[in-house]
Ligand binder design. Structure first.
Ligand SMILES: [Fe+2]
Ligand SMILES: [Fe+2]
Length: 366
């Protein structure tokens, strides 16, 4: 957009000014007008770019990592997904991190905790478990689980034959940008889990009922694991009674069952269903999103760029990027899991959204 307007910086360099700037630099100071237009853009200018990470390309690398380093030596054996515009933060998009973690049959990782919050979305393998604050969770393909900030956690795979691969999502780049991260190794290396497995699901996972007088004062959900079967059923039921969102199809949020709010204060998560042949309209909003194709195949157009996706591919939508999604099957539905930083945007009052009006709500391919 044009910068040569009153109210924007349009100072031309002169020899006198250059000498002035170097004087300021020596004093650890600077002239605002030299950077003002960059640090106060007309609208959000993310350095993140749209990226599609194909599972067919990444899976062999993840499998290789399982024999190249031990879980104990790596801490966690993860192939992380790095946005070319966010390498310095190890971010997949915006201030969100994601990676693919693999655990061999019978393997278990030691316990730790950190100020960053984490979530998991299971891709393959039947033996995955995680212990979060003493609750042992069994998780299978397409299950979603959370590890809130400060919660002791450790993972493992109790299958005797198949590897486990899951996707991790964390707010590490956000917490580091805020200079608020910390990390502790568990003093006993491993937690002692409670006797009842998936106790948070038994206590808080009824859906239509909550324990009367539940005493919970944390900022994150007391429910730690969200099974795929019930999630998918909820989407199918929703599709019977709702047309859904013009931008997302049938979309539902994983919530704190006591408040209806996001699962954690820094990250939210959704599952959405695109009906056979459905193509959504384009919109954009502040906030970054990482998508995981839980089911089916289709494509998304992000800032005019078409990305074709298949099951277990991962892609990202940077903040303020136009995006629309399409299910390319004429007979089967497609499901997209996603996580985002919307809770941060909302709590800081920075969430804003716009719909594309031109071209019947669809982008032109660039
Ligand atoms: Fe962790
Ligand atoms: Fe969106």
């Amino acid at each position: 957009m044009k910068e040569d307007v009153i109210g924007r910086s349009r100072v031309e360099d002169t020899d006198e000014l250059k000498e002035f700037y170097s004087r300021l630099e020596n004093l650890n100071a600077g002239a605002l007008w030299t950077v003002a237009n960059d640090i106060e853009p007309w609208e959000p200018q993310p350095t993140s770019v749209p990226v599609l990470w194909r599972y067919a390309d990444l899976r062999p690398q993840v499998i290789d990592s399982a024999s190249m380093v031990t879980g104990d030596d790596a801490g966690r054996r993860v192939v992380m997904l790095v946005n070319p515009g966010r390498k310095e933060l190890s971010a997949a998009v915006g201030l969100l991190y994601t990676g693919l973690q693999i655990m061999n049959p019978g393997e278990s990782m030691t316990a730790h905790r950190h100020a960053a919050s984490a979530l998991r979305f299971v891709i393959e393998g039947e033996g995955a478990w995680t212990v979060v604050n003493g609750d042992r969770l069994k998780v299978g393909p397409n299950d979603f689980a959370i590890t809130p900030r400060g919660a002791w956690h450790e993972h493992g795979n109790d299958s005797d034959r198949s590897q486990v691969i899951w996707q991790d999502g964390l707010d590490i780049p956000l917490v580091n940008t805020l200079d608020a991260n910390s990390f502790q190794v568990h003093p006993d290396q491993y937690q002692t889990p409670g006797k009842v497995q998936n106790s948070s699901l038994l206590e808080y996972g009824a859906g239509i009922l909550k324990p009367a007088g539940a005493d919970w004062n944390r900022r994150y959900s007391p429910l730690l694991a969200y099974p795929w079967e019930r999630t998918y059923e909820a989407l199918l039921n929703q599709a019977k009674v709702s047309a859904g969102s013009p931008y997302d199809g049938i979309i539902m949020e994983y919530v704190n069952p006591l408040t209806g709010g996001s699962v954690m204060p820094t990250m939210g998560a959704h599952m959405q269903l695109l009906r056979a042949g459905e193509a959504t309209r384009a919109h954009r909003h502040t906030g970054s999103v990482v998508y995981h194709v839980a089911k089916g195949h289709g494509h998304s157009v992000i800032n005019g760029q078409r990305l074709d996706w298949h099951e277990h591919d991962i892609f990202c939508v940077p903040s303020w990027a136009w995006h629309e999604h399409a299910n390319d099957s004429a007979s089967n539905d497609a499901c997209l899991f996603s996580f985002n930083d919307f809770p941060v945007m909302h709590s800081l009052d920075l969430y804003t959204e716009a719909a594309m009006e031109d071209n019947d709500g669809h982008q032109l391919l660039s």
